[in-house]
Design a protein around this ligand. Sequence first.
Ligand code: SF4
Length: 275
Amino acid sequence: MPDLPRSFSPSSAGTYRQCPRRWRFRYVQKLPDPPGEPALLGTFAHRVLELLCGDPAPERTIDRARELARQVWPETAESLDFQALQLDDASQRDFRWRAWTAIQGLWSLEDPAAVEVRATEQKVSANLDGVPFFGIVDRLDADAGGLVITDYKSGRPPRPGDHDSVLSQVLLYAAAIESDSGERPARARLLYLGKEIVEAEVTAERLATTGGDLADTWSDLGRDCDADEFTTRPGPLCGWCPYVAVCEDGGAEVRRRVREGRMRADAPARTALGI
Ligand code: SF4
């Protein structure tokens, strides 16, 4: 019977909500979940922006970001995860161009030289409604209204109907900061680099809703751990699940979708299943 984890991050909660069996593969069986190209691109862009925002405010310029990107690139290029992608020269150039487009996209959303940065990559942990929550905040800022939680995203922005759901991550960070310091942040925001800002005022009601959802997920996870029964939740995301080759239901789902023409040609599961 698996034990409940000692800490519960937004990413772990998200994996469990998406598919309990996927959570078990990753967090109990600890099967490898290598980051794909989008995740590595996001990590590279995050690292450059973290270093940029650690510099004094007037020095946070695009030229400085370009210099940092050149400095950080070898870390990414030499990592085993990046090498496992086996990108040829043209694909590596494309990766760098897309990463740079994301980094540069910060300036279309804000002027980083005008931001009062309090911390970057700030670890936060707190007991939230009985859940041992843990997370890492990309950036903690201050403005006239108070503390601002900021998280960078290099992917596509969500549809307006999904804003509440995607904001839960930064609202949980806000709840943890309030629990730890007694100060409630004023705003929580997601910066979709080069695209748009999705944000919310941090209110008692929003914190209660988000904390309640996390507690419900934790409770469901406890039930599954007790019974050691983690259901599969087959769907379109099986096409991107690293465990599809060892998951009967997921494999069947992908095959069905391929037959019906409902699976993208670039879904990694096609390669994993040889279809
Ligand atoms: S392949 Fe699909 S059903 Fe199987 S673990 Fe992954 S997400 Fe869940």
